[in-house]
Ligand binder design. Structure first.
Ligand SMILES: C[S@@+](CC[C@H](N)C(=O)[O-])C[C@H]1O[C@@H](n2cnc3c(N)ncnc32)[C@H](O)[C@@H]1O
Length: 404
């Protein structure tokens, strides 16, 4: 397809309730068929559709929960404009979007026109930080600021927080999961000012480090940050934090920070206030990572509303089943804040055969503890049982051969 004014081949696609023109992926595929969205003149990543579906569900649920008549969304790294347009079409939001790349701005404006939302979506060419600062000076009061960059959102977090006047949501995607999960330790220290370590719960560690960073940056500007939804999917972390002005709110949020610990000798996972290095259970040397956030990863009321809205929208959501499963799982996990265990790793440390995950979860529940699988890892489970109880439950399962 050739669109007038666009010097590259294009394709028309449908995503949610929006129809978008994107650079034709087939024109930018390698000979082996591999396609990387960053190779195209304007960025559009079909794999992030799931992220955008949830963003729209979140926006609608938050509008209900906060009792807002209309949402004002700022998306300063908009690419093709797909996310901005979906906020306008599917959440009725007034959207302020920008991108530093003139090709992206040109395409996003065409997409805005084609979707008939030019009265509700403005797209400007600007650096994201300058744009956020300018909107603040102009008195725009965002209900949601959505930061969806290449890699780390860290360079945009301060201005995004400051652009929220009294109360609003900071939504952020991070695709720099290698540093966040502890693989690139120096980058983790530089970018997020976090002491690195390798835990067996690295995906949760990634989420909790980014949340902790947002809380610390918010506090320095005298805002509190409350987590409404935080999850890990595919190769990225996504956070929705409600930011509210106030020194005491900032203090309260800071009180949710601590250090994460993992004992490679007995498998213990948990938190500590100070970076102590001795395992309280086996005396071994702990892996200590932080500061990071220790609180709940979602607001159950918000997730309930998202689930209801997902049911109502089941025809427009391409991955409806996956969305429902994630939200159900997050709701189940929400009240258990201790990091997840990897069952395979724990059994390997304890030199025992692995029971079925469902049997272990049931056995922990039978002992009166909360326990569930985790969305972070299909081999993972989380529980509020103390570590010795987890180990005892595993040993008991081993001695019942029918259960193993
Ligand atoms: C990951 S893409 C955005 C994808 C989009 N949010 C979506 O949901 O499809 C990141 C975009 O940020 C833009 N960008 C990079 N640095 C920027 C900056 N400093 N200010 C504004 N835009 C920037 C890039 O041109 C690119 O279009």
């Amino acid at each position: 397809m050739v669109v007038e004014g666009l010097p590259y081949p294009t394709k028309r696609i449908k995503e949610g309730k929006a129809e978008i023109i994107i650079p034709d992926p087939d024109a930018y595929r390698r000979k082996d068929g591999v396609y990387e969205p960053a190779w195209a003149p304007v960025f559009y990543n079909p794999r992030m559709r799931f992220n955008r579906d949830l963003a729209v569900l979140f926006a609608n649920a938050y509008r209900e929960l906060a009792g807002l008549e209309r949402l004002v969304v700022v998306e300063p790294l908009t690419g093709s404009g797909v996310r901005a347009i979906r906020y306008a079409v599917e959440s009725g939001a007034r959207v302020y979007a920008a991108d530093i790349d003139p090709d992206a701005v040109h395409l996003a404006r065409i997409n805005v026109e084609n979707n008939g939302v030019a009265d509700r979506v403005t797209v400007e060419r600007a650096d994201a930080n300058e744009y956020l600062a300018r909107l603040k000076r102009e008195g725009i009061r965002p209900s949601i600021v959505d930061i969806d960059p290449f890699g780390s959102p860290a360079p945009f977090i301060d201005t995004a927080i400051q652009s929220i006047s009294v109360r609003g949501v900071l939504a952020a995607t991070a695709t720099d999961t290698a540093p966040l999960s502890g693989t690139h330790s120096r980058a983790l220290r530089r970018r997020y000012d976090v002491k690195p370590a390798r835990t067996a719960w690295e995906k949760e560690q990634a989420v909790r480090i980014l949340v902790g960073y947002i809380i610390r940056r918010a506090a320095s500007h005298e805002y509190g940050a409350r987590i409404l939804l935080a999850y890990y999917a595919d190769y990225y972390v996504r956070i929705y934090a409600e930011i509210r002005r106030g020194a005491s709110r900032a203090d309260e949020s800071l009180s949710m920070l601590g250090y994460g610990v993992y004992c490679p000798y007995c498998g213990y996972t948990g938190y500590t206030d100070t970076p102590s290095h001795q395992c309280p259970y086996c005396g071994g040397s702990l892996q200590v990572v932080g500061p990071l956030y220790r609180g709940p990863l979602c607001d159950p009321e918000l997730v309930k509303r998202m689930r209801r809205l997902a049911e109502e929208e089941n025809t427009t959501l391409a991955e409806h089943r996956r969305i429902t499963r994630l939200l159900e799982q997050l709701e189940a996990e929400c009240s258990i804040t201790k990091p997840y265990y990897r069952l395979d790793r724990l059994c390997s440390i304890l030199r025992m055969n692995m029971p079925k995950l469902a049997q272990l979860v049931d056995a922990l529940r039978a002992r009166g503890y909360k326990a569930t699988r985790t969305h972070f890892d299909p081999r993972g489970f989380r529980t509020d049982a103390p570590h010795p109880e987890v180990v005892n439950t595993l040993i008991e399962l081993r001695t019942r051969p029918d259960q193993v």
